[in-house]
Design a protein around this ligand. Structure first.
Ligand code: NAD
Length: 341
């Protein structure tokens, strides 16, 4: 089988990172990306040599600002096997029918309703369930973070309940019109936040989980504090071992860097463009007493779902049937878990 041909609809925070990651995969080819406005993001694509496709009738608008257009959205849909839809939350739903009619498979993002796709996707949990499906929805950044940490806890024992407080970044770096610029916002006021249901859609509908969500005036990353209760007593050593053995989790000593600012800057210093695909777990934060454990960790919202999107493409096309193998391929290509000495 030749390379899988990919188009990315929506070249924003998530879409551009997925497009760059696709370009690094040996079994995928990026055909092009869709932009609706001739903004700086359109320039970012063409400057990297990425072909730009635009909605029908907008070719002139782009060409007039000096941005070269390769074709229309329809041209792109006809030239690809899989579309990664990374349009703003809710916009993906307006394209779903068009993707089906074009006969292509689709990867949607966490801002869409669960019902948009056949499977809610996380590579550690639902790779096999997604094999050969027409569409999947990669769950959101916070949900992905919770799922990876929960996966490690489940290696240690039977998890009876999960309680998470999520401190969410208020906006991404480029979102100049968004806040809050002061204050912490409990959103929603009544728990659980939507993340609990989202985690259940992947980890199992009978999971006892409650999440609180607090929006904070920062653009750098989310921070979570998770408490779990097991059926029987657990040991600190076994939990640390489970974190070490779980893909896409990195243990970083708080004595080295305990703030989201320091960790992001460290990632920049070590050649990652500041992008952190892994959940960063602080080992000092691990608290264990009998059958209870608690831990704090960081989730870089702009990057964490990127490897999941790559695995989602392999799952729905069936080019790799084994989830663990796809994870290895993706992680190798993106330098995952190898950026810290
Ligand atoms: P974004 O606003 O940064 O990017 C969306 C892109 O889609 C922009 O380039 C915009 O110009 C383009 N667009 C807008 N309308 C369009 C249309 N009708 N057709 C084609 N393109 C259109 O958004 P984002 O933050 O990348 O979010 C995309 C999805 O990823 C959402 O579902 C979101 O919930 C999810 N997500 C976001 C984050 C995050 O932290 N930013 C993390 C995980 C998941």
């Amino acid at each position: 089988m030749g390379k899988v041909r990919i188009g990315v609809n929506g070249y924003g925070t998530i879409g551009k990172r997925v497009a760059w990651a696709v370009m690094k995969q040996p079994d995928m080819e990026l055909v092009g990306v869709v932009k609706t406005k001739p903004s700086w993001e359109a320039l970012s694509a063409t400057a990297r040599g990425i072909r730009l496709y635009v909605p029908e009738g907008k070719e002139e608008l782009f060409e007039n600002t000096g941005i070269k257009v390769a074709g229309t959205v329809q041209d792109l849909l006809q030239a690809i096997d899989v579309v990664v839809d990374a349009t703003p939350a809710g916009v993906g739903a307006t394209y779903a029918r068009r993707y089906r009619e074009a006969g292509i498979k689709a990867v949607f993002q966490g801002g869409e309703e669960k019902s948009i796709a056949d499977v809610s996707f996380n590579a550690l949990y639902t790779y096999e369930a997604a094999l050969g499906k027409a569409s999947v929805r990669v769950v959101s950044c916070n949900t992905t973070g919770i799922l990876r940490v929960l996966y490690a806890f489940r290696k240690v024992g039977n998890v009876r309940s999960v309680r998470v407080t999520i401190v969410r970044r208020g906006a991404d770096l480029k979102e100049v019109k968004k806040g809050p610029i002061e204050g912490l916002l409990l959103k929603p006021a009544k728990p659980p936040s939507h993340h609990a249901e989202d985690v259940r859609s992947v980890a199992g509908h009978d999971l006892d989980i409650i999440t609180y969500s607090v929006v904070a005036p920062t653009t750098l990353a989310h921070m979570h504090v998770m408490f779990v209760r097991f059926d029987s007593n657990v040991s600190r050593e076994n939990i640390i071992k489970a974190f070490e053995e779980t893909p896409r989790i990195v243990l970083l000593k708080a004595s080295t860097a305990s703030s989201t600012a320091e960790v992001r800057e460290l990632a920049r210093d070590l050649g990652r463009c500041g992008d952190i695909y892994e959940v960063i777990v602080w080992p000092e934060s691990l608290w264990v007493k009998g059958n209870e454990a608690g831990v704090a960790y960081m989730v870089h919202q702009e990057a964490i779902v990127v490897p999941e999107n790559i695995d989602a493409i392999r799952a729905i096309t069936g080019i790799v049937e084994d989830g663990a193998q796809s994870i290895r391929l993706t992680d190798e290509s993106l330098g995952i878990s190898r950026w810290l000495p």
